[in-house]
Design a protein around this ligand. Structure first.
Ligand code: NAD
Length: 465
């Protein structure tokens, strides 16, 4: 049975922050053995309760079990395990490379925890985007205040129930709530904030963080384009685009948002998109159990409005059932730069096809929009691929594939410009929550070398100019 989400009383929030700070100052989170034990507990939290998490994800998002397994829970377990396996190596003090000028100082970099970390996560992948950041912060030796999204209440309630049963409450505390609770949290001084969500709220987070000069990692969204080279394997491109597009009903930061195709190729590619869609969804996704639902009525209405306002040609789909929070997978062609579908990140199961003259126009189109989280290139031509990579900017880029790159957790994942700043996953995630503290130690015998000439009164002969 799904838990009921209760919000944390607002006046308890400063007390929770204070307790976390005190726990951090005892130094108990620093030993690697402690960090590894807590990471293991985090794995058990998820592993022991997988069925309950699947049920919560279904309650929040109508998430099919396969999607809850592959993209949410398995990915999270792999990420926590990666931190568990590598924390010792990542946390090792590093010696600087030998430098003849400064070797007597023996410079070293200590990997120190930053302190009290705030993690604010969104509704769309409420397990992965909450627990992966948490694993990185624990691996780095910090204490953490977690604020899950109130829009995925069943998952937030489950996390609140399980966390103190598995993980040391001195280390992690969950604060549940909406805007008033988050506002209260943001008044407090943190040592780092990880915020995953939309750009509008990101500005609120940054403004609050600035009051305490708190560093911020932002994992945001944006409109991720697909660029189609007409000589690519169109069938495979269409299959991978639809897969990425319809995951979680399009509510994925990496969701392919629109497709740029040469004008002469548009109808041919749209036909392939139609055929492939029919293969992937032979029965109505509204009743097949193969597609998640939109998170709430507000977002369903937002998508309906976009479909009402588009001047593009709806090829198929277009129907919306607000009460059922269902938007049919929809393909729209002949979409122009000033169309409603280009006005914001779609974050729903709508795919817009934009015809362009040539690759130059496609690149100009991409660059006229704030930097995307990712750019998808479908081509087998090295020149085509390199031209897109060299002349656009995005957090990540993916060739002949969609979404899968998020699983490559040895590589840093992050946005650029409007799609975010900083990195998560793997070592890059650990580094984000780590202070690189440079230390030097100078032996007394250096006083008998020319370096002694640095003291006053200056002797022009002793100091090299
Ligand atoms: P959301 O509505 O769940 O909000 C995210 C968090 O912000 C929640 O915890 C919420 O409580 C908090 N919040 C909301 N309003 C607030 C306010 N006024 N003040 C303070 N906090 C507030 O989710 P969302 O923002 O709609 O998430 C979807 C967005 O996140 C999309 O743009 C998506 O692309 C992006 N996203 C990015 C990544 C990434 O890794 N880059 C991952 C997932 C989602």
């Amino acid at each position: 049975m799904a838990n009921i989400l209760s919000f944390t009383p607002i006046d308890e929030i400063p007390k929770i922050h204070h307790e976390l700070k005190e726990a951090f100052q005892t130094g108990k989170t620093r030993p690697i053995a402690y960090r590894r034990q807590q990471l293991l507990q985090l794995c058990y939290l998820l592993q022991d309760n997988l069925e309950r998490f699947y049920a919560a994800l279904y309650a929040d998002l109508g998430r099919p079990r396969e999607e809850a397994t592959i993209l949410e829970c398995s990915g999270t377990l792999l990420e926590i395990k990666d931190a568990y396996d590598h924390v010792e190596k990542w946390a090792k003090t590093e010696k600087s490379p030998f430098n003849l000028l400064w070797w007597t100082l023996s410079p070293q970099t200590r990997k120190e925890p930053k302190g009290v970390i705030l993690i604010i996560s969104p509704f769309n992948y409420p397990v992965y985007l909450t627990l992966c950041g948490l694993a990185s912060a624990i691996a780095a030796g910090n204490v953490v205040m977690l604020k899950p999204s109130e829009l995925s209440p069943a998952t937030a309630a489950l996390l609140a129930e399980l966390m103190p049963r598995y993980v040391d409450p001195d280390l992690v505390r969950i604060v549940n709530g909406g805007v008033p609770e988050t506002k209260k949290i943001l008044e407090l001084p943190f040592d780092h904030i990880l915020y995953t969500g939309n750009n509008r709220v990101a500005k609120i987070i940054c403004t609050a963080a600035a009051q305490h000069l708190t560093p911020v990692t932002l994992e945001l969204g944006g409109k991720s384009p697909c660029v189609i080279d007409p000589s690519c394997n169109a069938q495979l491109a269409a299959k991978r685009i639809w897969w990425g597009k319809l995951l979680n009903s399009g509510q994925l930061c990496l969701s392919p948002d629109y497709v740029l195709v040469p004008e002469f190729f548009q109808d041919q590619f749209v036909k392939v998109l139609e055929e492939v869609y029919c293969e992937l969804h032979p029965t109505d996704p509204k009743t097949s159990g193969q597609m998640a639902r939109i998170v709430n009525e507000r977002h369903t209405k937002r998508l309906k409005q976009l479909l009402d306002d588009t001047k593009g040609t709806v090829v198929f789909g277009g129907t919306v059932d607000i009460a059922a929070k269902y938007v049919a997978p929809t393909l729209v062609k002949n979409v122009k730069r000033d169309d409603a579908l280009m006005s914001e990140e779609l974050f729903g199961p709508i795919l817009a096809v934009v015809p362009v003259r040539d690759l130059d126009e496609a690149i100009t189109f991409i660059n006229s929009i704030d930097h995307a989280l990712t750019v998808y290139i479908f081509s087998n031509n090295r020149g085509f691929k390199n031209t897109v990579l060299d002349r656009t900017r995005s957090g990540t880029a993916s060739i002949n594939e969609t979404v899968m790159h998020v699983a490559a957790n040895d590589a840093p994942f992050g946005g650029v410009g409007g799609s975010g700043t900083g990195y998560t996953t793997g070592k890059a995630g650990f580094d984000e929550f780590t202070h690189f503290r440079c230390t030097v130690e100078h032996p007394a015998w250096v006083e008998h070398t020319p370096l002694a000439g640095r003291y006053t009164p200056y002797d022009a002969k002793a100091v090299a100019r």
